[in-house]
Design a protein around this ligand. Structure first.
Ligand code: PMP
Length: 411
C-alpha cells in the first residue's frame, strides 16, 4: 500500500502553507531575471574576507568553545554585549533577559508556540511580514490586520478590531509589529503612534512583539524610540537580528523580553534546537567587540541608500503617474499601489515575468482590508545597483502599455 500522507500529518500542519514568495523563487532565480522579489540582503555587500579571517582566528584560538554546543539561552558574552547595546538605546535590559535565537524568525516562532492557542486572534499590521503571519498561523493563530497609514498602525482601527474581537469572545493577546521600515511597506511608525499603541496595549493587556531587523539601516533622519524603550509595564518583547547588518547565513538573532516569557522561551528552544550555532555566536561576539559590526553597518547604510535612490528615481522617471509608491527612509522595501484601472498585481507580476522582471504581489502580506490585490512589494536590496534602473525601466514601459491599452485594462 502506498503511504497515505494525508492520514499521517498532525492536525496543526493544516495551517502551514508555502509563502507565495517561495512559489516564485524558481522563476526569479533564473539568471536573466532582474528580481525585486526576495527581501534578501545584497550578496555583494557580504564582508567575506573579514568573516573568513575572523572564523579562522576563532577556530584556531578558541576552537574548543566555538565548535562546542552552547547553553540554550546563548553565550553570556554575546548576551552581555547585546544588553549593553539595548541599554545604550535606552531600552534597559540585562543578559538574563536575552536569548540568542536562530535569527529573529526563530524568536517569532518561539513566541507563537508559547503564547498562541488554536484560533487565538493575533493583531498584526495590515499588511504584515509573511514570515510572521505564517508562523502565527502554524500555531493556530488567526492574524487580524490593523490598517496603517503613513505614520504606522492607526490606533482607532486597532481599538475597533480589539473591541470586535472581544465582542466575539476572543481576547487578542498579541500585537506583532515591524515599526521601523516595515516589511513590506517601508513605513516607520511615528513616536506619537508608538505612545498611543502602547497605551491601547496597556488598556487591553496585550503583549507587543517588536520585530526590528531593519532599524539600523536608516538612510536619513532618525528612528523614533523603540517600543521596548517606552515600556514601563514589561509588555514588550524585542526581536533583533544580525541578518541585515552582517550576514543571514550565521542565523543569529536575539529576543529581549520580560523574565517569565524568556524562561518559557528557553525551555521551548531547548526542544527545538538545543542552542543556536556556537560558531555564529562567537563570530558575532568577535565582530562586535572589534567594532566591525558598527563600521560595516555604516558602510551598508551608504550602499543601500544608493540602491534605494536608484529605485525611487527610476520609478519617478519611468512609471506612469497613476502608479503610486513611497520613498522609505530605511530598510529594503518600496510599496507600490496600482490604480483600479490596471489588472490586479498578481496578473501584472505574470506579465512582468514575461519581461524577465520580478516583484512580489501584495496578496500574501494582507490579512484584511483590500486583500493587497492592488499592491506590490519592490525590494531594492538584492539586485546589483546597475540592474535596478534597467528593471524598473522595463516595467515602466510595460505599465505604460497596459495603461494605454484598453484591452489589457481591467474591466
Ligand atoms: N522579520 C522580518 C520583518 C523580516 O523581514 C525578516 C527577514 N526577511 C525576518 C524577521 C527574519 O530574519 P532573520 O534572518 O533574522 O530570521
Amino acid at each position: 500500500m502506498k503511504t497515505k500522507w494525508d492520514q499521517l500529518f498532525a492536525e496543526r500542519t493544516r495551517n502551514i502553507f508555502g509563502s507565495q514568495i517561495r512559489q516564485y523563487f524558481a522563476l526569479t532565480e533564473k539568471p536573466e531575471v532582474i528580481s525585486f522579489a526576495g527581501g534578501f540582503p545584497g550578496n555583494e555587500f557580504f564582508p567575506t574576507a573579514d568573516i573568513a579571517a575572523a572564523l579562522s582566528g576563532l577556530v584556531q584560538e578558541d576552537g574548543q568553545q566555538a565548535l562546542q554546543y552552547s547553553s540554550t539561552e546563548g553565550s553570556l558574552e554575546l548576551r552581555s554585549l547585546l544588553a549593553e547595546k539595548m541599554c545604550r538605546e535606552n531600552a534597559p535590559c540585562s543578559p538574563e533577559n536575552i536569548i540568542i535565537t536562530g535569527g529573529s524568525q526563530q524568536g517569532i516562532d518561539l513566541l507563537g508556540r508559547i503564547l498562541i492557542n488554536p484560533d487565538d486572534p493575533v493583531l498584526v499590521e495590515e499588511p504584515s511580514y509573511i514570515g510572521g503571519t505564517s508562523a502565527f498561523r502554524s500555531h493556530g493563530g488567526i492574524p487580524a490586520g490593523i490598517a496603517m497609514d503613513h505614520n504606522g498602525p492607526v490606533p482607532a482601527a486597532m481599538e475597533k478590531t480589539i473591541k470586535l474581537l472581544i465582542a466575539e469572545g476572543k481576547h487578542p493577546k498579541l500585537f506583532y509589529t515591524v515599526a521601523n521600515f516595515q516589511n513590506p511597506t517601508g513605513i516607520t511608525t511615528s513616536y506619537e503612534r508608538r505612545l498611543r499603541i502602547m497605551e491601547i496595549a496597556s488598556r487591553y493587556n496585550i503583549i507587543i512583539i517588536e520585530d526590528n531587523p531593519y532599524g539600523e539601516l536608516c538612510y536619513e533622519g532618525e528612528i523614533p524610540p523603540s517600543y521596548k524603550s517606552l515600556d514601563l509595564e514589561d509588555r514588550v518583547v524585542y526581536l533583533g537580528s544580525f541578518s541585515k547588518v552582517l550576514v543571514p547565513g550565521i542565523r543569529i538573532g536575539w529576543m529581549a523580553g520580560p523574565g517569565p516569557l524568556v524562561e518559557k522561551a528557553i525551555l521551548t528552544k531547548q526542544s527545538t534546537d538545543l542552542c543556536s550555532s556556537s560558531l555564529g555566536q562567537q563570530l558575532a561576539c568577535r565582530l562586535i567587540r572589534e567594532g566591525f559590526v558598527e563600521i560595516h553597518t555604516r558602510k551598508l547604510i551608504d550602499l543601500y541608500r544608493r540602491k534605494r535612490d536608484a529605485m525611487v528615481k527610476a520609478m519617478d522617471r519611468y512609471f506612469p503617474p497613476d502608479i503610486e509608491f513611497n520613498r522609505p527612509r530605511g530598510g529594503f522595501f518600496v510599496w507600490v499601489k496600482f490604480p483600479p484601472s490596471y489588472p490586479i498585481s498578481r496578473e501584472l507580476l505574470t506579465l512582468a515575468l514575461q519581461h524577465n522582471v520580478a516583484f512580489v504581489h501584495g496578496e500574501g502580506f494582507s490579512n484584511s482590508g483590500d486583500g493587497g490585490t492592488r499592491r506590490a512589494r519592490f525590494s531594492f536590496s538584492q539586485p546589483p545597483l546597475e540592474h535596478i534602473e534597467k528593471g524598473i525601466k522595463t516595467l515602466g514601459k510595460l505599465f505604460w502599455e497596459i495603461g494605454t491599452d484598453q484591452t489589457l485594462k481591467a474591466t
